[in-house]
Design a protein around this ligand. Structure first.
Ligand code: FE
Length: 172
């Protein structure tokens, strides 16, 4: 009977271990649990352009200096191209001369999620939309402003609403 108890205990340990491994694997496979907006990959393909899908759902990176918002400095709010969640303000945007839109902070701390990223032989911190889990870019601690942070974000993962547009909408 003692042996039996030992076996049960070991089975329990194995189970915990297996769950741990599975959750690690799920993260590596670009899945974020606890997101409000959930779609199947087929549904994402329907609502996103191929380039948006490549960046948001496959953690792709657009070529530098090619994105719509790299050198875009109008006043307004940048949102997630996947789910519309507001992510960054134009006030926090700066030109990092790196070829991607750069911000020194997110609009709210919990608008984005940080994930360790060891891909491509580098140790980086990946940034994702907290609402839909879409990949946005990376954050580095070499920013030139008082926050010290540089959120390097793909244009393809962003939408933009200018202040004038927002005002007009509010008056409707
Ligand atoms: Fe999103």
């Amino acid at each position: 009977r003692k042996d039996m108890r030992k076996t049960n205990w070991m089975n329990g340990l194995l189970l915990v271990f297996a769950i741990g491994l599975t959750s690690c694997y799920a993260q590596n496979k670009n899945e974020m649990k606890d997101v409000k907006v959930k779609k199947t990959e087929a549904e994402w393909r329907e609502v996103l352009t191929p380039n948006q899908y490549y960046v948001l759902r496959e953690s792709g990176t657009e070529r530098p200096h090619t994105g719509e918002y790299d050198l875009h400095f109008e006043e307004g709010v940048y949102s997630c191209a996947g789910c519309g969640s507001e992510l960054f303000k134009s006030d926090d945007k700066f030109d990092a001369h790196c070829g991607w839109p750069s911000f020194d902070k997110a609009i709210e701390n919990d608008a984005v999620v940080e994930i360790k990223d060891n891909s491509h032989g580098m140790v980086r911190t990946e940034i994702r939309c907290a609402n839909c889990g879409g990949h946005l870019g990376h954050v580095f601690n070499d920013g030139p402003t008082d926050t010290g942070m540089r959120y390097c974000i793909n244009s393809a993962s962003l939408g933009f609403e200018g202040e004038e547009e927002a005002d007009a909408k509010a008056k409707e």
